[in-house]
Design a protein around this ligand. Structure first.
Ligand SMILES: C[S@@+](CC[C@H](N)C(=O)[O-])C[C@H]1O[C@@H](n2cnc3c(N)ncnc32)[C@H](O)[C@@H]1O
Length: 457
């Protein structure tokens, strides 16, 4: 009977025994079992039975045959492995062949891996890169790999960037967990881009914001949708610059509707979150999640009324009960673990998210209405974002401050905040709340742009 012990005995029972055994078993399961259980192989192991297995119809048999070749560490097999790497119909088998070539760490193998860099499949290319990185520092290898920084595939580009081009951090830069005192608990009455231009690179830990809804509300008027998107792109480019490495941006938007000008025209819908997304990706934000904010149907504008009467297809207009919270991370080759490890143990313990947190990407939260500002965040929305995406003591930013819900909530949760709001009415509104338990627990600085410039000199 075919057992692990039997295979082990045969392996050390003189050369060729496994080759004979393989001939006795034709079915895929037995062949896989034999190859899988070969373990370490003696230097002089006779692998002459392996090439035939590389043409076996079962991909698992071929995969294990390739793995076995890899263990033989014998340059003679390179040509066979190369053929499998370039021609097998199964990607996993091809990858394993490339990996086996890499593990041999030979000059001849290097040449083959150079060839494989031309492959169409990014997974195969990445495997070849891994094999070649063993020789990092060798001129020929570095030249070939560096050229891939402009490769069409983003994963390939990222690996090469990290290996050869990522900037070495200035050792005297501000520690990741810290932020400047002059930015803590500050509300600037000014344009967000102008204000951000005054900030140093990597100043803030988190941004949560809800930009104006194009021309749907009267606090903002843009000459065209294109202008509006370009304005948002400029804002988020600056946010990107001032965001610390690997930290998050969460943008709350939804498609909006601009009402028709008369009955002979139709209203127009603008898919804001989907249109901003490509800009954000282009400027170096990595897409992480789409969270859907779900509101009760009774709280939103009724669009379905007409359809309810006529029930005619094409005239269906569902009530929009959702908004998006698009979650992005400032692109970095560093893993999230790196960000987390920057914090001391106490901060991590104190910032741990308590039971009852949301487990899905659909957040059911009632909207909030305010007598002065027409589009305020519900506190619960801010609470979740701040707790899930920042640590205590962090500096969180809202470039479109509005009535200041984000700042107020941040402070309650032991974070610092920075807000910008260009409209004087809303700025004064925030100031008026100072006495009403909103910003009074710790000192909040209300500054004009000029005053702010003074404080950061
Ligand atoms: C959707 S509201 C944000 C409301 C806020 N999330 C809240 O909870 O109150 C957008 C705000 O951005 C402000 N705003 C628009 N353009 C701005 C700019 N260039 N700089 C600073 N604030 C701006 C508007 O005046 C408005 O108050």
């Amino acid at each position: 009977m075919l057992t692990k012990e039997y295979i082990k005995d045969l392996k050390s029972n003189g050369n060729g025994a496994i080759g004979h055994l393989v001939k006795d078993y034709k079915d895929s399961a037995s062949l896989t079992f034999i190859l899988e259980n070969l373990g370490q192989l003696p230097k002089d192991f006779d692998g002459s039975f392996l090439p035939e297995l590389l043409t076996h119809k079962n991909a698992s048999v071929r995969l294990w045959a390739v793995k076995t070749f890899g263990k033989l560490d014998n340059e003679e097999y390179l040509a066979t492995l190369k053929k499998t790497a370039l021609t097998d119909i199964d990607t996993t088998v091809r990858r394993e062949a490339v990996s086996s070539i890499g593990r041999m760490r030979t000059k001849k193998g290097q040449e083959i891996l150079f060839n494989i860099l031309e492959d169409k499949d990014p997974k195969i290319i990445s495997q070849a890169i891994r094999g070649l990185l063993v020789f990092k520092g060798e001129k020929a290898v570095d030249e070939k790999l560096k050229a891939l920084v402009n490769h069409e595939n983003e994963m390939v580009r990222t690996v090469i960037y990290k290996e050869y081009f990522a900037e070495v951090k200035d050792k005297n830069a501000q520690p990741h967990t810290e932020s400047f005192d002059y930015l803590k608990n500050v509300i600037v009455n000014g344009d967000n881009i102008e204000t951000m231009k005054l900030l140093k690179d990597e100043s803030i830990h988190l941004t949560f914001t809800s930009p104006p809804y194009y021309n749907a509300r009267d606090y903002s008027i843009y000459p065209s949708y294109k202008h509006y998107l370009e304005f948002l792109a400029d804002v988020f480019k600056e946010v990107h610059r001032i965001t610390k490495e690997g930290r998050f941006l969460i943008v709350n938007t939804s498609p909006i509707i601009i009402p028709r000008i008369s009955r002979s025209h139709s209203s127009k819908r603008y898919p804001i979150p989907f249109d901003i997304h490509p800009y954000l990706m282009e400027m170096g934000w990595e897409f992480i999640d789409d969270i859907v904010w779900l509101k009760p149907e009774a709280s939103v504008k009724n669009r379905i009324g007409g359809f309810m009467q006529h029930r005619k297809p094409l005239g269906y207009k569902p009530n929009s009960v959702t908004e998006y919270l698009m979650v992005y991370r400032k692109s970095t080759e560093k893993l999230l673990d790196w960000n987390i490890r920057e914090y001391d143990w106490n901060t991590i313990l104190e910032s741990k998210v308590a039971d009852g947190y949301e487990t899905t990407n659909v957040w059911k939260i009632d909207p909030c209405f305010d007598k002065v500002h027409s589009a305020v965040f519900p506190v619960e929305l801010c609470k979740r974002v701040i707790q899930y995406y920042s640590y205590k003591g962090d500096l969180v930013f809202d470039p479109f401050g509005g009535s200041g819900t984000m700042g107020k909530t941040a402070k309650k949760l032991g974070r610092h905040f920075l807000l910008t709001e260009k409209d004087e009415t809303y700025f004064e509104y925030m100031q008026s709340k100072k006495s009403k338990d909103m910003f009074d627990t710790f000192e909040t600085k209300f500054l004009t742009l000029d005053n702010f410039k003074e404080t950061i000199k």
